[in-house]
Design a protein around this ligand. Structure first.
Ligand code: DX5
Ligand code: ZN
Length: 218
């Protein structure tokens, strides 16, 4: 299991320090929640902030774009140092083109699905994705309650990917992930868990990372 802490729950006044502390604690990925106030009812940071912090960190930058028409900004996020861009299937009209462009720019490509979005939207882009993100809350805010229908959705997604010969495609879960649901999520087939409040609310980072890994049986 890979844990990707969401900086949405970190102290924005000391992000450079936090990134260094995460790395020292043994974290490998970090999750950036980019929100535009349109696709979701909240705003956060964008490519300029990520670019400014790239030099402070060797972590894998997992960038979750909760923005309308993300295709407008793919090259900007590449220049900012993103390693993976995850776009919402609901936010881009030409999903396959957007995913192909992310890969062409040299990044890993991911698709996020809102809780009510069916898995079939992935049926004809299975060869174009490196990761599928199952939202386990409606996106926009940290600290929300995990939606239990996610367990079945993750299991069905993992089965769909394996049946399509894409057992290498990562499954990520984001929203309300905590020590209590980590085991069931990994057993259902999740590879990458995002955690905001349940991670940053319980320092020190090294111990919290160890607790998540133990919960996942790693
Ligand atoms: C929600 C974001 C999540 C959020 C997770 O819109 O995409 O990444 O930060 O936070 P928690 O773990 O607190 O639900
Ligand atoms: Zn997210």
């Amino acid at each position: 299991m890979i844990l990707s802490p969401s900086l949405l729950s970190a102290d924005c006044g000391k992000l450079a320090q936090t990134l260094q502390e995460l790395e020292q604690a043994g974290v490998k990925w970090v999750h950036w929640d980019v929100m535009d106030g349109h696709f979701v009812p909240n705003m956060t940071f964008g490519q300029h902030v990520i670019k400014g912090l790239r030099a402070a960190s060797g972590l894998f930058f997992d960038v979750h774009l909760m923005i309308e028409r993300p295709e407008r900004y793919l090259a900007d996020f590449r220049a900012a140092g993103a390693d993976m861009l995850v776009v919402h299937a609901e936010a881009t009209t030409h999903l396959q083109r957007t995913l192909a462009e992310i890969r062409r720019l040299g990044m890993k490509a991911g698709v996020a699905l809102n809780p009510s979005t069916p898995l079939c939207v992935l049926d004809y882009v299975l060869d174009d994705v490196d990761m599928a993100l199952v939202m386990s809350v409606n996106p926009g805010f940290g600290g929300q309650k995990f939606l239990p229908a996610t367990f079945r959705k993750v299991a069905e997604l993992r089965a769909k990917l394996n049946a399509a010969g894409r057992s290498d495609c990562l499954v990520q879960v984001d929203g309300g992930v905590n020590l209590e649901n980590t085991k069931a999520l990994t057993e259902a087939g999740a590879d990458v868990l995002v955690s905001g409040s349940a991670f940053f609310g319980h320092p020190p980072f090294s111990e919290r990372l160890a607790a998540f890994m133990a919960a996942a049986g790693c």
